[in-house]
Ligand binder design. Structure first.
Ligand code: ASP
Length: 592
């Protein structure tokens, strides 16, 4: 429960339900709120009255309140809205409710006004009983009355306030950037808004304020931030939202170290406000390559071990055809030592499916026996010399379960990353209430897209590269991601501030001069009028709030989220629009 400064006394109340304590007893108090629960007891009516600050017990005794108020109280139902006044009294002795912050007192009613009646709510507000998400979203106003949602939204607000307070104190200016704009370069599909004044033309909703914040640096504002809404029309994977909120930041005349230092101070405050204990800064910086090798992805969950090791070298040259052909094709064999575990055969076979879901083929396994040899279908093909050498790399001893994947590194990494996460969950290795934070740095600038036969930017095309521009595959980027508990909560970079480098990067991405001019001409032009070195970062506020609130889904920290299919059960959006509106926008189908 949270407390609030006293309300301004008015026709409804002069104090909050949840703020009243023993020292407030003995005087008249008036409160207003929702009937959370009503109990009738031997001629007395007891109410739990609820407002944002919590619950207060209200007693209606016909002797004190008079018959009319008592009658009105008898008609009260859950979620009726009332204003009630009376003397606050100590409950005393066995009547104290130690589970309630206001449990030492109760209000003895002498006045009661029913402000609104309520139909029976679609689900109980007074319990955290599981209620289907669709129905919760459909009746969000009722859902938000429940303690879990209310506390999550209060926490989110505190987190955002901590961001604003700190950044303002450090001279950052909050600047709003447009929502109706043109395509921005984060690599997702755009949401489009048709223009009525220019039929056939469309605005795009911003995927991020990236280009605008760079323009603000060119404009000399030095330090910018915004709590910015971003829109990305992606196929909705679990726990993504088509619109989400970023803390967007940009700074001028900085290098990576300054941005990282500034952000460590900021996020330490944010985690404090969110009640999350992370290790003291400076936080570790993990190379992208090392992260991919050891954890199988670039957002490693460091709350548990299960590191991946490469054993290609020590098992090469064996009779095991599968691994041999992978190695001959330039692939790798990597493994996880899952420790001393029981793991039924059926589950072991099931791991192949997991591998296939992530683009791989199979997972091989071995149990290390007391004498160090392996109980495994592949042991005899590898031979003892190799299995002993693999034991050494994997630091494996008797009883350990070893799991192997042989594939191209591009595939082996995500398969082992998924396997690592699966094992951590299966063996319950993720400590409750512990958090692990790390930077991931030194990303490749580009990634080759085999399907489309071209280079893609790993971050976005405005990220500054380091290295030889004529060898795109070797370029690294000056990007940094912040990863908490296996989630990328923030990412950013030092930007390109040299127009020639910017043109070259766009060219590598297959964006020719004409297209570059068309899509980003306004930025390229501004770059030419004197651009300071600059860099920044953006944080997913929804994810940060969800982690702080201990909620598995970001939908639980968003007041009005969409479902997994992008719909809004509350308003019914998205929905068809009348033909007249389509016509106005020049979008009507012929004949309509
Ligand atoms: N614009 C980037 C994003 O939205 C963040 C950044 O580079 O600052 O992911």
């Amino acid at each position: 429960m949270t407390s609030l400064p006293a309300p301004r006394a008015n026709a409804y109340r002069d104090t909050w339900c949840g703020n009243l304590r023993a020292q407030d007893a003995g005087v008249e108090q008036r409160v207003a709120g929702w009937v959370h629960r009503r109990r009738d007891h031997g001629g007395l009516i007891f109410l739990d009255l609820r407002d944002r600050t919590g619950l207060l017990q209200v007693v209606i005794d016909p002797q004190e309140a008079g018959p009319e108020i008592f009658k009105a109280a008898e008609r009260l139902r859950s979620e009726h809205v009332i204003s009630v006044g009376g003397v606050l009294e100590l409950r005393g002795g066995e009547h104290v409710n130690p589970n309630l912050p206001t449990g030492e007192v109760e209000l003895r009613t002498t006045s009661l006004t029913v402000l609104a009646e309520a139909d029976t709510p679609p689900f109980p507000v007074d319990e955290e009983t599981p209620v289907g998400e669709e129905i919760r979203l459909r009746h969000r106003a009722v859902d938000i009355r429940r303690e879990g949602m209310r506390e999550a939204l209060i926490l989110r607000s505190k987190i955002v306030a901590a961001m604003r307070d700190h950044l303002t104190s450090q001279g950052f200016l909050e600047v709003e950037t447009p929502t109706l704009t043109r395509s921005t370069p984060e690599g997702a599909r755009d949401f489009l808004v048709p223009s009525r004044n220019q039929p056939g033309s469309f605005y795009a909703l911003p995927q991020s304020p990236q280009l605008f914040k760079q323009l603000l640096m060119m404009g000399g504002l030095e330090r910018y931030y915004q709590v910015a809404r971003c829109f990305r029309d992606e196929d909705l994977r679990a726990d993504r939202q088509p619109e989400f909120t970023q803390l967007d930041i940009e700074m001028s005349f900085v290098t990576e170290d300054e941005v990282i230092g500034e952000i460590e101070t900021l996020m330490t405050k944010v985690f404090e406000a969110g009640g999350v204990k992370v290790q003291p800064a400076p936080w570790p910086r993990l190379d992208y390559d090392e992260s991919m090798l050891k954890y199988g992805n670039d957002r490693p969950d460091l709350r548990y071990g299960l590191e991946i090791r490469d054993i290609s070298e020590v098992i090469a040259g064996s009779e095991f055809k599968v691994f041999e052909s992978v190695l001959a094709g330039g692939g790798v064999v990597r493994a996880i030592n899952a420790g001393q575990r029981e793991f039924p055969r059926k589950e072991l076979d099931g791991l192949n499916e997991l591998a296939q879901r992530h683009g791989g083929k199979a997972v091989a396994w071995a149990f290390v026996q007391d004498d160090g040899t392996w109980r495994s279908p592949i042991a005899k093909f590898l031979g003892e010399e190799r299995t002993t050498a693999a034991n050494a790399v994997l630091e494996a001893g008797p009883g350990d379960l070893l799991l192997f994947v042989g594939d191209q590194a591009k595939t082996a990494a995500p398969v082992l990353g998924a396997l690592r996460a699966y094992l951590a969950n299966y063996f319950e290795l993720i400590p409750a209430d512990e958090h692990a934070i790390t930077w991931v740095v030194d990303f490749p600038m580009f990634e080759y897209n085999d399907d489309e036969d071209r280079w893609d930017a790993l971050h976005h095309p405005f990220t500054a590269p380091t290295g030889d521009l004529d060898d795109p595959g070797s370029l690294r980027s000056r990007a940094y991601d912040l990863v908490l508990d296996g989630s990328e909560i923030g990412g950013g970079s030092i930007r390109i501030h040299d127009p020639a480098v910017q043109s070259k990067v766009l060219e590598i991405l297959g964006i020719d001069a004409e297209e570059a001019q068309d899509r980003f001409g306004f930025l390229l032009e501004a770059l030419r009028y004197g651009t300071p070195p600059h860099g920044g970062i953006a944080f997913g506020i929804d994810r940060v709030a969800a982690i702080c609130a201990g909620k598995p889904s970001i939908r639980d920290v968003i007041a009005f989220p969409k479902t997994a299919t992008g719909g809004d059960p509350l308003t019914g959006a998205p929905d068809a629009v009348p033909p007249r509106q389509l016509k106005e926008l020049g979008l009507a189908r012929p004949g309509v």
